[in-house]
Ligand binder design. Structure first.
Ligand code: ATP
Ligand code: MG
Length: 248
């Protein structure tokens, strides 16, 4: 999958090792924060408990997310340091297939890191990356954490936020946005306030959403059906049940 990893794909924990490598490399390149390293560890623990696979329930959530992105007036995919380090190419592809924009949006915001992430996305084929203007504010958050682009997340009706902090997820929801959250922890506030919580590793979730988007593109009736049949509470309950019932 990637050149910097010497772990064979046949290794039973290949994906997990690959993930760690990418996050580590992200820190070295200045795109992932040290906090991001800690978030990764938290995510991995939940992935382990969930069996390190996309559950049927997470797959349905990914389908609903694809439908929302396709039927949006203005969809934006928010990109932080972990997302960029783990799935740069996949994010660009998702944006291409759904017509969504990419906006760099950081919890620990620094100009250097934003630019490094935007460059990294461009290296992977992105055009017109947003997040550098930061000329609007999400109400209800302190100054630095609230910054977004006025013609990006601020204006969007649908926002995909992978690995988002609970406060910001809540504030975006209060702005009336449809929020699609990728987060491995079903107990975290971000998936709980999401219109669509996708409880899956971002490494699997983004390609899964793209795959559904390819299938749903140009079919508004199928998009509508995916949205209407999706039940967020059931999705969270499924993930929690799966964790409780895990067997070694
Ligand atoms: P809360 O939102 O409850 O305050 P938190 O502070 O633990 O939770 P953050 O550090 O703000 O969460 O965000 C990291 C979140 O991203 C965690 O919930 C973690 O489980 C999740 N996460 C980390 N790595 C991944 C990944 N590769 N794929 C999906 N989710 C991940
Ligand atoms: Mg969280």
């Amino acid at each position: 999958m990637t050149e910097e990893v010497s772990v064979p794909e046949s290794h039973p924990r290949y994906e997990s090792l690959l993930t760690r490598h990418r996050i580590e490399a992200g820190v070295e390149r200045g795109i992932t924060s040290k906090q991001g390293l800690i978030a990764e560890g938290r995510g991995e623990a939940f992935d382990y408990l969930l069996g390190e696979e996309t559950t049927d329930s997470a797959d349905r959530a990914a389908r609903a997310a694809a439908a929302y992105l396709l039927s949006a007036e203005h969809a934006v995919v928010s990109v932080n340091g972990n997302a960029a380090a783990l799935v740069p190419e996949e994010l660009v592809e998702l944006a291409d297939v759904t017509g969504a924009e990419l906006e760099v949006n950081l919890f620990n915001r620094t100009r250097e890191r934003i630019e490094a992430i935007a460059d990294y996305l461009r290296e992977h084929g992105a055009e017109g990356v947003k997040g550098l203007d930061a000329d609007a504010r999400i109400p209800g958050l302190d100054h630095e954490r609230a910054k977004v682009d006025s013609d990006g997340i601020y204006d969007a009706d649908v926002v995909l936020v992978p690995l988002e902090d609970g406060d910001r997820a809540e504030a975006l929801g209060e702005m009336g946005k449809t929020e699609l959250v990728v987060d491995l922890n079903p107990l975290s506030r971000s998936p709980q306030v999401a219109t669509v919580p996708i409880v899956d590793n971002i490494i699997r979730a983004i390609p899964t959403i793209t795959e559904h988007a390819r299938e749903l593109a140009g079919d508004p009736a199928a998009q509508q059906a995916a949205i209407e049949t999706f039940d967020a509470d059931a999705a969270l309950a499924d993930a929690k049940r799966r964790i409780r019932e895990v067997e070694a």
